[in-house]
Write a protein that binds this ligand. Structure first.
Ligand SMILES: NC(=O)c1ccc[n+]([C@@H]2O[C@H](COP(=O)([O-])OP(=O)(O)OC[C@H]3O[C@@H](n4cnc5c(N)ncnc54)[C@H](OP(=O)(O)O)[C@@H]3O)[C@@H](O)[C@H]2O)c1
Length: 315
């Protein structure tokens, strides 16, 4: 039986305030409904209080230490282990293969080591709050899907739906499409925040294959090739393209030789940054073209760090 978390988290880690959600997001409520429908959901007593009723189409299990507690329309368990046993019975009855853990922080903290999947809604707000979700350890969790739904009229903020899976050893050195998409979107967002010229962002995997590409409107026509050349050039030598730029000043013959050997596929200027995973292994590279090389590089780093990965600009 799989355990899946469903949680909506603000940019500052806040998930709750004064016993309620600190935002109104109809898009996320629909997403929660779709993920949990037909499955058992396990929640702490305070989250039950905040909802105040059983959710239709799901079996609710409320965890409390209060022996006399009753919850109309829901099952009550007096330990998390007992809650999971009840949830498993209900899952079998419902023919569901997953138990949904829906919070709050006590329940998330107790079960994080047992979770297989985390459906995390990133909320583009930083509200005051009194309940937090911990940052996910990139050595343990990898983003495997990312979806940006359109903002509905009743949404207080933009959201992104990200699915994290627990890392398997064989995934350690693989760049996923979800990670590449997060890098591209965060890099473009950084460029807009800094009011830069239109950027083109390319993400390559460790074999130099393109995984993701986006161009802002009005990007120049050569930007894809330049951004790719920055990422590819760094990847080919095992360092960020800033180092190629520096070697060009010190040893131009070396860089010219590399340009010839690579049949012109490399661009020896900053703006190509290596992507490293938690273990320090290179899993790909980002190349950006559109503004000054230094600004392009700043956005590469912003994109990589926003995806929970490490950036290497030079040697
Ligand atoms: N953004 C989101 O995705 C999200 C999701 C869920 C909740 N929330 C928010 O988070 C807040 C509620 O979360 P919370 O962290 O304060 O509380 P909670 O985790 O929902 O509930 C805590 C309660 O669960 C019971 N409990 C915890 N561990 C237990 C154990 N080992 N054995 C038996 N019972 C146990 C206790 O109930 P008793 O005190 O009755 O013994 C405890 O007081 C609200 O603001 C809510 O809106 C946000």
């Amino acid at each position: 039986m799989k355990l899946a978390f469903v949680v909506a988290v603000a940019k500052n880690g806040v998930i709750g305030r004064k016993g309620a959600l600190p935002w109104r997001l109809s898009t996320d409520l629909k997403h929660f409904r779709a993920l949990t429908m037909g499955k058992p959901i396990v929640m702490g007593r305070r989250t039950w209080d905040s909802i105040g009723r059983p959710l239709p189409g799901r079996e609710t299990i409320v965890v409390t230490r209060e022996q006399k507690f009753t919850a109309a329309g829901a099952h009550v368990a007096h330990s998390i282990e007992a809650g999971l046993r009840l949830a498993e019975e209900q899952a079998k009855r419902l023919e569901a293969d997953t138990i949904m853990i829906v919070g709050g922080s006590d329940i998330f903290a107790a079960l994080l080591d047992n979770a297989d999947i985390i459906h995390l809604t990133e909320v583009d707000l930083a509200p005051h709050g009194d309940v937090l979700f911990p940052p996910l350890d990139p050595a343990q969790w990898v983003a495997v899907a990312c979806d940006v739904p359109p903002r509905a009229a009743k949404d207080e903020a933009d959201v992104r739906f990200i699915t994290y899976a627990r890392r398997q050893e064989k995934l350690m050195s693989r760049l996923t499409l979800a990670q590449a998409s997060m890098i591209v979107d965060a890099a473009l967002a950084r460029g807009r925040e800094l009011k830069l010229l239109p950027l083109t962002v390319v993400v390559l995997d460790s074999g130099g294959h393109m995984v993701a590409l986006k161009r802002e409107d009005n990007s120049g026509i050569a930007r894809v090739e330049i951004a790719t050349g920055k990422a590819w050039g760094g990847l080919g030598m095992g360092f960020g393209s800033r180092e190629l730029f520096e070697r060009w000043q010190k040893a131009p013959m070396f860089v010219m030789g590399y340009a010839a050997a690579s049949q012109g596929r490399m661009m020896p200027v900053p703006g190509g940054v290596l992507i490293k995973d938690a273990s320090g292994e290179v899993i790909g590279a980002v190349g950006i073209s559109g503004d000054t090389s230094d600004n392009d590089e700043t956005c590469c780093v912003g994109g990589i760090e926003a995806a929970g990965l490490k950036a290497q600009k030079g040697e």
